[in-house]
Design a protein around this ligand. Structure first.
Ligand SMILES: [Zn+2]
Length: 204
């Protein structure tokens, strides 16, 4: 079972292991799918990110994004998306209550690489906007509790725990797959295959 967004802990080849700041980057280099993130970017961090990504051709980028709970210069987020697109690195977006701004940036940049909008809890209509721009939505246990979850489950979603990889996160992931498969009226194994196909644009 593939976890589309989690944080460093136990080893795993079936997870996109994300970070939020340069201090964490060294903790994830050994994972097969590791991702260098900047949730609170400063200008000099963007340059550091560029160098770090160029030095590591296998790395993904993210998580970064816009969150109404803190100030982020949307110009730097745009720079990070441009950088990820130029270097052809799949990237992971963290967006809380600032989806209009994020969609505006994505429409300007038109990224040439796939990206994930992680722990998506908004409407199916908004999800379709991201998908139209080349994104994938990733659903967490929280996402499945939202009002629009039935509609979201009809879209080509990924699944994630957003936890540190641990026995507990693996249990959470298994329950999440079971719950989502049940609600899609398919077998868990079938959902696993579908998600493996969907994630191929990122991981092959
Ligand atoms: Zn996260």
């Amino acid at each position: 079972m593939f976890d589309a967004h989690c944080h460093p802990g136990l080893d795993s080849d079936l997870s996109i292991v994300c970070t939020a700041s340069p201090e964490e980057w060294d903790d994830v280099r050994h994972y097969r799918y590791h991702s260098f993130g900047l949730l609170h970017p400063a200008k000099e961090d963007v340059e550091r990110m560029e160098k770090t990504l160029k030095d590591d051709p296998d790395a993904f980028s993210g998580e970064f994004g816009l969150d109404s709970r803190w100030q982020t210069d949307s110009g730097l987020v745009k720079d990070l998306i441009v950088l990820s697109s130029q270097l052809k690195r799949p990237f992971t977006l963290h967006v809380v209550h600032r989806h209009d701004e994020m969609l505006r940036i994505l429409r300007q940049v038109r990224p040439q690489v796939s990206f994930i909008v992680h722990s998506f809890t908004q409407s199916a209509q908004l999800a379709r906007e991201y998908i139209r721009l080349g994104g994938l939505i990733s659903l967490s246990p929280l996402s499945l509790k939202t009002r629009d979850s039935a509609e979201l489950l009809k879209l080509p979603f990924l699944l994630e725990t957003d936890m540190k990889i641990s026995e507990q996160s693996l249990n959470t992931l298994a329950l999440l797959y079971r719950d989502a498969a049940h609600r899609c009226d398919i077998e868990t194994e079938q959902l696993e295959e579908m998600i493996d196909e969907r994630r191929a644009v990122l991981t092959t």
